[in-house]
Design a binder for this molecule. Structure first.
Ligand SMILES: [Zn+2]
Ligand SMILES: [Zn+2]
Length: 237
């Protein structure tokens, strides 16, 4: 079985991220993952990118976390892929497929509402996953669902607390099942010592985002969550 992270953050691009792209790659390699998707928050979310920069420069800073992770991954033997966590009033979607060319050609992506954004991404054939649709925290007051524009649901988010037996995840699973939507899992990791880590197990190697999308849509992935051994010291620069 191959182990993949589908949802994690770097400090180069995410304001809430505590690990550089290179550190993220080393941590996941150390934890036995075969590959990871870097999914930093977009400019209108919890972004570390200076909003006063011109669009091209914002895109360059945004992609630097992914690029640093990818460069380190090539050195240590970890596949690193790109995704984007888009934001609309705290409703978030993980979109797999956008690249530098798409970002440069669409300088209004941070001003679209979620329906417009998902429509545009799906026109490109991108894979749109509703991240933690039933998470409720101080910053999430309203839950929004877009079942007609959702390719898959994140029914396991390892950043959620155990309280109530992971009730946010159980509600997400009930939502996915109710609409017949496929599902996936991720850690949503921002820090070196998150209590639980997760992702997906897959029988086949994933070589690109299209492989990941196909594996989820044909239900050949198994979301997993496991305690993170925080007693093990991590080596960071
Ligand atoms: Zn974050
Ligand atoms: Zn996230």
């Amino acid at each position: 079985m191959f182990r993949y992270e589908t949802h994690c953050h770097t400090k180069e691009a995410s304001r809430c991220g505590k690990l550089s792209g290179a550190d993220v790659a080393r941590m996941y390699k150390d934890l036995g993952y075969d590959g990871i998707f870097i999914t930093d928050h977009f400019f209108n979310g919890s972004s570390a990118v200076d909003p006063s920069l011109p669009w091209e420069e914002k895109v360059a800073v945004y992609l630097s976390g992914f690029e640093n992770a990818k460069a380190e991954g090539e050195k240590i033997g970890l596949d690193v892929f790109l995704g984007i966590e888009f934001w609309f009033y705290a409703t978030e979607f993980l979109v797999y497929g956008p690249d530098r060319a798409f970002l440069l050609a669409n300088p209004d992506l941070d001003r679209l509402d979620m329906r417009e954004l998902l429509t545009r991404c799906r026109e490109q054939g991108y894979f749109c996953v509703h991240a933690h649709p039933f998470r409720q925290r101080g910053y999430i007051k309203t839950l929004r669902l877009y079942p007609d524009l959702t390719d898959a649901v994140e029914t396991l988010n390892a950043a959620h607390p155990e309280t109530d037996h992971f009730v946010f995840d159980r509600r997400a699973q009930a939502y996915a099942d109710s609409y017949g939507l496929p599902f996936t899992g991720g850690s949503d990791c921002h820090v070196p010592d998150q209590r639980w880590m997760g992702g997906i197990l897959c029988e086949e190697r994933i070589a690109c985002w299209q492989d990941y999308a196909a594996a989820v849509k044909t239900r050949r992935v198994a979301p997993f969550r496991e305690p993170h051994d925080r007693t093990k010291p991590m080596k960071f620069d």
